[in-house]
Design a protein around this ligand. Sequence first.
Ligand SMILES: *Cc1c(COP(=O)(O)O)cnc(C)c1O
Length: 374
Amino acid sequence: MSADIHFIDLKAQKERLGDRIEQAIGRVLAHGQFIMGPEVDALEERLAAFCGARFAISCASGTDALLLVLMAEGIGPGDAVFVPSFTFVATAEAPAILGATPVFVDVHPDTFTLDVSSLRAAIKDVQRLDLRPRAIIPVDLFGQPADYAAIDAVAAEDGLFVLADAAQSFGGAVGERRVGTFGKATATSFFPSKPLGCYGDGGAVFTNDAALATRVRSLRMHGRGSDKYDNLHVGINGRLDTLQAAILLEKLTIFEEELAARTRIAEQYRVSLPAAVRCQKLQDGVRSAWAQFTVVAENRASLADACRKSGVPTAIYYPRPLHLQPAYACCPTSPGGCPVAERLATRVISLPMHPYLDEAVQSHIIEAVSNAIV
Ligand SMILES: *Cc1c(COP(=O)(O)O)cnc(C)c1O
């Protein structure tokens, strides 16, 4: 069995879809509209309907989705953009590319998402640095929506806008409200290993703000106006390929079912793993998209080693917080620093998580972890 355990299993998903992806690709090859073909519009409509956002604008990657919103909001030099330190680099990269200053905020030790008291302290502190506080980018780490109720309140007090980094959480929810409807805008990614992934790079922006949607649509096509050779803004080439849209349309039809499977598998881990590995805590009423199932283990190296010997692949997201990365070490942190991010970076470990993990395989994984802990 051990040779068969996948950390993420895209092959099983492909089998589940039968020949539908090949047929979808075949249709695009036949009509030949590889850029902004009809599948792109169809996908945007379905994505908006899926999450309940007024507008969905597809784009070339999750990184571009973040970048496009910040560009549309005119973020640039002198602006402070608050981001958690414990995240994938793209969250900080997007403001940095525009010449703005990412300010690193700590995360909560149990939920692993943005810590609101660290955020408040950071916003107060940047005035001292001669930076204008402009935006907050909470990250829905491992699929769990950040604490938007508390973050929105802070943003409203200080006149900042919230851009949700939902690269890992599309499909998640808080109560009845789905990811895609939090903050002023939401950025997601369709990188292959994300909960809803294509077969290459892809992403999308969601918003209820018509003016912002129009601006983002323009910016992803070189800042175009009424036609191709009318350039209103300095934009980028940030479109989603028609082929990827066609693939996503097929995958979206089974996405709800996949989310339910992820929830079931996560629940099984949560009730069966030994107490010595601490699972990511979910906030009340939150539904995670379970991009990753991540635990905190005091002796991570020996756990990873024992798992490997039992044929169980593991991964570490993320081994180094961003404020300690060479490229970002010059950026400010919240006054207390980011000690929780530093501690988590040395202790977190992620277990196999995908909708096609069957019960027998999951039992084997749980047994391998249990044996490693005692
Ligand atoms: C994957 C990811 C991104 C970037 O998405 P790409 O599509 O790879 O550009 C941004 N933020 C987070 C938190 C991510 O996990």
